[in-house]
Design a protein around this ligand. Structure first.
Ligand code: SAH
Length: 238
């Protein structure tokens, strides 16, 4: 696909991708295509999610010396003992979030900012919380350079959410939690969706939570086994 065709498709599918991002489109294009083909093979079908992953340059979110591994289907270290999540799991989580272009999304665990870029491409606005100030600042710089203007970066304990800008249509938790943090459930809109890995420090079940009824109840669907770094903070592993 050439750039003109790509721009048309971005418009047609109502993606919120800044034009600066397209400057990277030719870099490592074949590797990125192969990554997306693999994600499709594993069962992800959502066209907007797949197109976004075809465009966002994962190689600028990983340390320079690991660039050659950026499109392998593996998590990679990003410093501070944290990792950028595996591409398939990011695609799978995002598909399950069912994000529309008018949605406001809360993300817990900015990390490298790669998943933040994907969420911001699909949604109206993203509020992203990160407990490490250093990681948050790095991600902010990266995403500003890429031209994203619909992201609010917050340094703080994401297990408590961010009530100031709530309620959210969607909540994406990218760190393992012992339970569903009550504040996150409270800050989710009725009929809103949250995707969160729930379990112990070594293994979790990726869970899809749909808030129902008068807002006190929720439906929980178990998606698959997974392994994330742990959620710190008051409602995490502290
Ligand atoms: N999706 C990210 C990776 C997230 S790794 C990416 O694509 O790069 C999980 C992140 O959650 C780490 O950066 C970690 O510092 C952060 N984290 C852990 N506990 C947190 C908390 N209570 N609040 C906010 N961020 C937290």
């Amino acid at each position: 696909m050439d750039i003109t065709e790509l721009k048309k498709l971005i418009q047609k599918t109502k993606l919120n991708i800044p034009s600066q991002v397209l400057k990277y489109y030719e870099e490592m294009k074949e590797e990125r295509e192969a990554m997306v083909e693999n994600i499709e093979k594993k069962g992800v079908k959502d066209k907007r999610v797949l197109l976004t992953m075809r465009i966002i340059p994962r190689h600028i979110f990983v340390p320079e010396e690991l660039k050659y591994l950026a499109y392998e289907d593996n998590p990679l270290p990003i410093g501070k003992e944290q990792t950028i999540s595996q591409p398939f799991i990011i695609a799978f989580m995002t598909e399950n979030l069912e994000i529309r272009e008018n949605h406001n999304v809360l993300e817990i665990g900015t990390g490298s900012g790669y998943h933040t870029a994907i969420l911001a491409s699909l949604a109206n606005k993203v509020v992203t919380l990160e407990i490490s100030e250093e990681l948050s600042l790095q991600a902010k710089k990266r995403l500003k350079n890429l031209g994203f203007e619909n992201i609010e970066f917050v340094v703080g304990d994401g297990s408590e959410g961010f009530p100031e800008l709530s309620p959210y249509d969607r909540i994406c938790v990218s760190a393992a939690s012992p339970d569903i943090p009550i504040p996150l459930l409270e800050q989710l809109k009725i009929e809103g969706i949250m995707v969160i890995p729930v379990g112990n420090e070594n293994e979790q079940i990726l869970s899809k939570i749909i808030k129902v009824g008068n807002g006190k109840g929720f439906i929980k669907k178990e998606l698959c086994g997974c392994r994330f770094v742990k959620l710190k903070g008051k409602f995490g592993f502290s």
